[in-house]
Design a protein around this ligand. Structure first.
Ligand code: 9Z3
Length: 320
């Protein structure tokens, strides 16, 4: 990490509004991780993945009325969480409040109420057309929660997201190479620092609005080097221009020392992703209308994580 980014990281955390319930979150995270590392002693090695999902907001006022947002729905993170649970991982699902949730992906376009109907004597029944789907989702969701495999942690702003990511990463650090980061959230590249933000609602009477956005410090290198130096790290690269996608993904892999970068284009990200590693690249495509790229993607990443566990590398800060 260069020293300029280092001081920007420090000042980001120093000036960010403090996280609500940080102590409670930290305690619950610790319990989740301890419980899962304890089970690893009795059975096979338990792996823990932090899946980030949805988009961060950039508030324009401290007492926030308006904010900048992005397009991410959280589908990728929610779907991937289901496949990681299926593969035996314990998942910390760090998601945008109100975004798509694991086992409820179909609720993105439908209302929850469309799934049920009132039968005789006011009993609530699942609609025939959705019966199998809803029962499967309820069964799988409860199994994941009962087995202690799913921990959900919501964020809204860029300030909350980065503080929570740091908390999760430092809590996962003792897991060493059994920990994985799957960073699918769309994180704002620019933000308004808290100390230069208007306190109250910006008034329209003040005329056209000029806002200066500061570059968000690059946290990926800090995550790799300091927060969880042995964890297996996968980041995502989103572009709109196909001509620069792979070059940007390679650059991110080298600059931030990611183990894998998943490259995708806004126009096709639901149909295709390209998995970029030091060894080369592999394209993953959706086959039919009813499958998704996440299942193949997660299966491949689980395989890559297994290979990594067999020969974990020396950490970037020199520790073994
Ligand atoms: C992605 O590229 C994700 O695949 C999507 C998923 C955001 C496209 P949805 O939630 O979308 O299923 O609707 N995420 C990473 C985007 C990002 O912010 N990457 C940064 C960058 O490109 C690096 S951390 O610079």
């Amino acid at each position: 990490m260069d020293s300029r980014n280092g001081s920007e990281v420090e000042s980001f955390f120093e000036s960010a509004p403090s996280l609500k319930n940080a102590n409670i979150v930290s305690q619950k995270l610790k319990e989740f991780i301890d419980r899962n590392s304890r089970s690893s002693e009795s059975g096979g090695p338990i792996r823990v993945v932090c899946v980030t999902s949805g988009g961060t907001t950039v508030p324009l006022e401290q007492r926030c009325v308006r904010y900048i947002d992005n397009f991410a729905s959280g589908y990728r993170g929610a779907a991937s969480t289901e496949y990681f649970v299926k593969a035996g991982y314990a998942v910390i699902f760090l998601h945008r409040l109100g975004s798509c949730q694991p086992y409820c992906k179909y609720l993105l376009e439908e209302s929850f109420l469309d799934l049920f109907e009132l039968a005789e004597e006011d009993k609530i029944e699942v609609c025939q057309s959705h019966g199998a789907e809803v029962k499967k989702a309820i069964r799988e969701y409860h199994a994941a929660v009962d087995e202690g495999q799913l921990f959900r942690l919501p964020f809204t702003t860029i300030f909350e997201y980065l503080q929570l990511l740091k908390l999760v990463a430092t809590s996962m650090s003792p897991l060493g190479s059994c920990g994985m980061f799957y960073l699918a959230a769309a994180v704002s590249d620019f933000y308004v620092p808290w100390q230069s933000m208007a306190e109250h609602k910006i008034q329209s009477a003040s005329g056209p609005l000029d806002i200066r956005l500061t570059q968000t410090p690059k946290m990926l290198s800090v995550l790799r080097k300091d927060w969880a130096p042995f964890a297996f790290c996968i980041s995502f690269k989103l572009e709109t221009d196909p001509d620069i996608l792979l070059q940007k993904a390679n650059a991110a892999m080298n600059k931030y020392h990611m183990h894998i970068v998943v490259a995708n284009l806004l126009a096709t990200y639901k149909q295709e992703v390209i998995v970029v590693t030091k060894e080369g690249k592999a394209s993953i495509r959706k086959h039919g209308e009813h499958d998704d790229v996440e299942e193949q993607l997660v299966n491949l990443l689980v395989e890559k994580h297994s290979e990594y566990l067999e020969k974990p590398e020396t950490s970037l800060n020199g520790a073994k």
